[in-house]
Design a protein. Sequence first.
Length: 107
Amino acid sequence: MTVLYVTQPGSVVRFEGGTLTVWAEEEPDQDDAPRRRRKLAAIEPHRLEAVVLLGTTHMTANAMRLCAANRVAVALLDSGGNLAARPGGSSRVPHRRPPPAPVSGPP
């Protein structure tokens, strides 16, 4: 299986047509020119074991849903390479907010 490492600062992993795509902003030629995006990669989720986001890279919510549906692990690392977060199911994280406790008046 393959691990997708997203390392270019400002890159975004998106869900497009059943695939994960990685987009990066290109530096404009002139100061007043609009920024353009360039597709760096496109890969089907069934080919992936994990996606690793390093530093100031991002992933859309739809891309995370696609990863979850295909059992693709996602890990977020800080710019030093330390694990910052690993979204995914955990038995210690409640899936629903507990109902509020009943409030009783003064005795």
